[in-house]
Design a protein around this ligand. Structure first.
Ligand code: FES
Length: 156
């Protein structure tokens, strides 16, 4: 007949301590992992968009008050000269993607597809377009106007 040996109180205390320690570490890692996922959800890491300069026009092509249409390989662009300040807008209508046209007599961009109307600043005025024309950053250097296009859109 075997004799059952009971662990001493000191040994039981040590085992309980180790079990609690392992459980505590597990709970801490689990909760920490959940918090980390939660913060990644709230503050996702977004890769910055790399922009590439694409030569669009010469500054001499766009006198003050003019709107110059350029068909780039990456898409149609309107470059405007408003009081000596150059601005670029995507000429793609925000409704369904038609190409808007500049109407100097009305001082408006009008989309021929469903008669969407935009102001000179590119803000939608009337018709179906849901939002303003896309604004594009530009750089002017050595008499040339460069439109900043996301690198993934640039044709090589
Ligand atoms: Fe321009 Fe519809 S596509 S208004």
């Amino acid at each position: 007949m075997e004799e059952c040996v009971q662990p001493s109180a000191e040994e039981r205390s040590r085992r309980e301590f180790l079990a609690n320690l392992i459980m505590g570490i597990g709970v801490t890692l689990g909760v920490g992992s959940l918090f980390m996922r939660f913060f990644q959800y709230l503050y996702p890491v977004v890769e910055p968009v790399k922009l590439v300069e694409v030569l669009a026009a010469k500054t001499s092509d766009i006198p003050s008050g003019a709107v110059h249409f350029v068909q780039l390989a990456e898409g149609p662009v309107m470059i405007q000269n408003v009081g000596g300040q150059l601005h670029a807008l995507s000429a793609i209508c925000t409704h369904m993607g038609c190409i808007v046209k500049w109407h100097p007599e009305l001082n408006e961009f009008i989309c021929p597809c469903h008669r969407g109307v935009y102001g000179i600043d590119g803000n939608n005025i009337s018709g179906p377009p849901p939002r303003p024309m896309g604004k594009l950053a530009i750089k002017v250097r050595d008499g040339n106007v460069y439109v900043m296009i996301p690198a993934q859109k640039v044709q090589t």
